[in-house]
Design a protein around this ligand. Structure first.
Ligand SMILES: Cc1cc2nc3c(=O)[nH]c(=O)nc-3n(C[C@H](O)[C@H](O)[C@H](O)COP(=O)(O)OP(=O)(O)OC[C@H]3O[C@@H](n4cnc5c(N)ncnc54)[C@H](O)[C@@H]3O)c2cc1C
Length: 485
């Protein structure tokens, strides 16, 4: 009997666990370790953040789903990996610390034959002074944060209803933050809600971003086909912001937040401030910061993880100039080069380099987005890792029949504003591949026929449909596996 241990029950880990169990059946164990008793469909937190959905609508309890499918669930945090076991114990294991009510603080060693690290991002609010829900800004990164953001946003709306002006600042809260798409979507949703309430003359909405040009989205921007014309995402994005009456600040690295004021440095090396009444700024992301130890208890964390805590996989991490970066640098099987039975899925894997051109201010501050790993690639990566592990367990072979490089796979980004069937529209951008490949597509970096931008209500309906479809799939209801990632 083989043991597959999955750390994290987010989009990539939950997908990996369900697929591994389906492929391996009762003969083998699939164990999930994750601190939150709930699964959350993170993309819909945007709607929680504007009061259009409740946290209950975007989450559900994991334990009954895992029980039903025969997956073992431990509500705990993984703290350390021992890939060679330790003295007197040959078997690899992960040390975990329970956070559930019943077992809070207890630790356990969970042995594994295969390990999937799908611990996602650590929301590193601490990297920016004054940032975050416990300080001076809001977040929509979790349903809890989003619920709190809505409570604060409601206060701003009430003030505007009483005739008070309000300034909204939405965007990135760290010079190297990613996830621009989510913040952008939240900005549009606020603008939509302001418009719906006819409060426009009281609202001053600002987009603040570490992107060199708007529309970079951490993928170095793209050229999209729109109404038959090739349009840079810079123009696409700026026109959307204009339409929603949102002004912008770009090339800005937020370094500190105080009550009602954000401090930022721009690539020009000058320091600025922006006052706000309500801010939602995305923090920097790092890995979960687990430790790793060899058999003799020596710390081997940096052999397995990159300095940011994300796990090293089959990527080319050689440091080289931007001009020499290649699509083939990106991983395709997400296997640790040091331990062949360890894999990393979703945001947990360390990208070989950024997709956006690295930029430094004249003071040496790095101001540019790190690479996003959105829901679809995270799910696909979780799936192929599970399939490859199941293949190896079932056949005894060590090859990987399933591959999923972000430089070969496409993705869709739907930025939807409003809610319901009748109200709402979305900007839809599809890119193929996610990581541009200038060798294969020398003209546009991507396949221009699949790299498309559009605005309208159909994308909005798609986003709403996806909310219900992906929650259905995550609940592992009938024929869940037929729904693509
Ligand atoms: C507000 C918002 C909106 C978004 N909208 C979209 C969208 O519209 N479309 C899209 O494609 N993408 C969207 N994204 C991105 C998408 O949510 C991520 O790509 C996706 O969640 C990444 O999946 P993951 O499994 O890597 O990480 P997560 O989904 O973050 O899962 C990580 C899991 O690991 C657990 N964990 C953390 N530390 C440990 C530990 N030490 N031990 C064990 N478990 C641990 C966490 O509790 C969690 O269960 C959005 C993101 C945000 C924040």
């Amino acid at each position: 009997m083989a043991k597959v241990l999955v750390l994290g029950a987010g989009i990539s880990g939950h997908t990996a666990a369900l697929i591994a169990k389906r492929e391996l059946g009762k003969k083998h164990d699939v164990i999930v370790v994750s601190p939150n008793s709930n699964y959350q469909w993170v993309p819909s937190n945007i709607w929680v953040g504007v009061g259009l959905m409740t946290p209950e609508q975007v989450k559900f309890k994991l334990a009954p789903v895992y029980k039903n499918k025969g997956v073992v669930f431990k509500q705990a945090l993984a703290t350390s990996i021992y890939p060679d076991g330790d003295t007197g114990n040959e078997k690899a294991f992960v040390e975990i610390q329970y956070v559930s009510e019943e077992q809070k603080g207890e630790t356990e060693r969970v042995e594994y034959d295969y390990l999937i690290n799908a611990t996602g991002p650590k929301l590193n609010f601490a990297a920016t002074e004054g940032l975050g829900p416990n300080k001076y800004t809001n977040s929509v990164c979790t349903y809890g944060h989003a619920e709190e953001a809505w409570a604060n946003l409601k206060i701003a709306f009430e003030k505007m209803e009483r005739g008070e002006k309000q300034t909204f600042l939405i965007g990135t809260g760290h010079p190297m933050a990613t996830c621009q798409g989510a913040a952008f979507e939240y900005a549009l949703n606020i603008a939509f809600e302001v418009n719906k309430r006819k409060l426009n003359k009281f609202a001053d909405i600002w987009w603040i971003s570490n992107e060199y040009e708007l529309g970079d989205f951490g993928m170095g921007g793209a050229y999209v086909k729109r109404n038959g014309y090739i349009t840079p995402t810079k123009i696409f994005t700026e026109s959307i912001l204009k339409e929603y009456a949102i002004r912008w600040i770009k090339q800005a690295g937020v370094t500190k937040v105080e009550k009602g004021v954000a401090h930022y440095e721009k690539l020009d090396g000058k320091f600025y401030t922006k006052e706000f009444d309500f801010a939602m700024l995305i923090p920097g992301f790092s890995g979960a910061k687990m430790k790793a130890f060899d058999k003799a208890d020596n710390d081997i964390t940096l052999e397995i993880f990159a300095a940011n805590g994300m796990m090293k996989v089959d990527a080319d991490y050689t440091v080289k100039p931007f001009e020499e970066w290649k699509a083939s640098d990106w991983p395709s099987i997400y296997q640790s080069p040091k331990y062949k039975n360890i894999y990393a899925a979703g945001i947990a894997f360390a990208p070989p380099h950024t997709m956006s051109k690295p930029m430094k201010s004249v003071n040496g501050t790095k101001i540019f987005p790190t690479p996003p790993r959105t829901g679809m690639p995270s799910g696909v990566i979780g799936k192929i890792i599970a399939q490859n592990i199941a293949h190896q367990i079932k056949t005894g072979k060590t090859n990987h029949p399933h591959k999923a490089s972000m430089a070969r796979m496409g993705a869709a980004c739907i930025v939807s504003a409003g809610y319901g069937i009748k109200k709402g529209q979305a900007a839809v951008m599809t890119v193929n591949p996610i990581v541009s490949d200038w060798e294969k597509y020398p003209k546009w970096g991507r396949n221009i026929n699949d790299t498309v931008g559009s605005i309208g209500s159909s994308g909005h309906w798609m986003k709403l449909f996806m909310h219900y479809m992906f929650l259905y799939k995550a609940k592992a209801k009938a024929f869940w596996w037929l729904i693509p990632e």
